[in-house]
Design a protein around this ligand. Structure first.
Ligand code: A3P
Length: 284
């Protein structure tokens, strides 16, 4: 139970000194020693960075058709699904994981599995994660307010811990593992030029990449379509609106941060992220 200083607590799972969501421990542990395959494609991101969006696109690219139902369950989320279930998925598997780079299973590296890494403006991540923590009652049981939540996020007192540490771990991991196939993108780039990003991603994956098909993928994975199809299957206790498909916009933080919160954020961001790629992307 993590107290937010206002009488509310956030429930997480602690394992070997690290904070995870309160999922089945067998799945959390299984992810650390996951048995990868060479044709696995793994979408890697800090939570709320557009994982579901890009994961669905990868799934359709790998299928080579949009004529498949939008996946209803998070059946490729490595730390949520039991290892024996993941083992049953047919190749090539479209998977996702939120672990920092140094906690990835060695098997990804010996098998040279492909990674698609997504970053997102941490201020938008914070707002999105706040709603996630409030709405996903089943796991988090959190009833706090934004002003009390933001410090928890900034201090990394949430499941998957600090956005700053996570992002630095990935930037270092990418720089030090040049042999590993990693496609690097961002939520903002996906918004700004979805077709351009998808062309590059399809080339990277070696899948079908004619523009007509890619446009179909974009349409099928539009926010509205995913919210209407996948979102309606999110039947979580205590929530009556989709959690994973909330607004789907860039810059929503501006509607949520006060001037003081923004200043506090900038202070921490400068201290933590100076000299990083994320600093170049998100210092405005
Ligand atoms: P918001 O809460 O800002 O709306 P994740 O999948 O990593 O949990 O990320 C969730 C965020 O991605 C949410 O952000 C969600 O609305 C947004 N998102 C989900 N599907 C999307 C889509 N098809 N297009 C754009 N954004 C999407």
């Amino acid at each position: 139970q993590i107290p937010d200083g206002s009488g509310n607590t956030l429930t997480v799972l602690e394992y070997e000194g690290r904070l995870y969501p309160d999922f089945d421990l067998k799945a959390i542990k299984g992810a650390l020693t996951f048995e990868a395959r060479p044709d696995d494609v793994v979408v890697c991101a800090y939570p709320k960075s557009g994982t579901h969006w890009v994961w669905e696109m990868v799934r359709l690219l790998l299928a080579g058709t949009t004529d498949v139902p939008v996946v209803e369950k998070d059946d490729g989320m490595i730390e949520f699904i039991l290892p024996e279930e993941l083992e049953k998925l047919p190749s090539p598997r479209a998977l996702n994981i939120h672990y920092p780079f140094e906690f990835l299973s060695k098997s990804f590296f010996t098998n040279r599995s492909k990674f698609v890494y997504i970053s997102r403006d941490p201020r938008d991540v914070a707002v999105s994660y706040f709603h996630h923590h409030r709405k996903l009652v089943q796991y988090y049981k959190y009833k706090g307010q934004w002003q009390d939540y933001l410090p928890l996020f900034l201090e990394g007192n949430v499941d998957y811990e600090s956005w700053f540490s996570y992002t630095k771990s990935w930037e270092e991991g990418i720089a030090q593992n040049l042999d590993q196939p990693i496609y690097v993108t961002s939520y903002e780039a996906m918004h700004e030029d979805t077709l351009g990003q998808l062309r590059k991603m399809a080339q990277f994956l070696g899948t079908r990449h004619d523009d007509e098909f890619l446009q179909q993928v974009i349409d099928k994975c539009s926010f509205d379509n995913m919210r209407a199809t996948k979102g309606k299957n999110e039947v979580f206790e205590g929530s009556n609106s989709p959690i994973m498909y909330r607004k789907g916009k860039v810059g929503d933080w501006k509607n949520n941060f006060t001037v003081a919160q923004s200043e506090r954020f900038n202070e921490i961001f400068e201290k933590q992220m100076a000299g990083t790629k994320a600093h170049t992307l998100y210092s405005q």
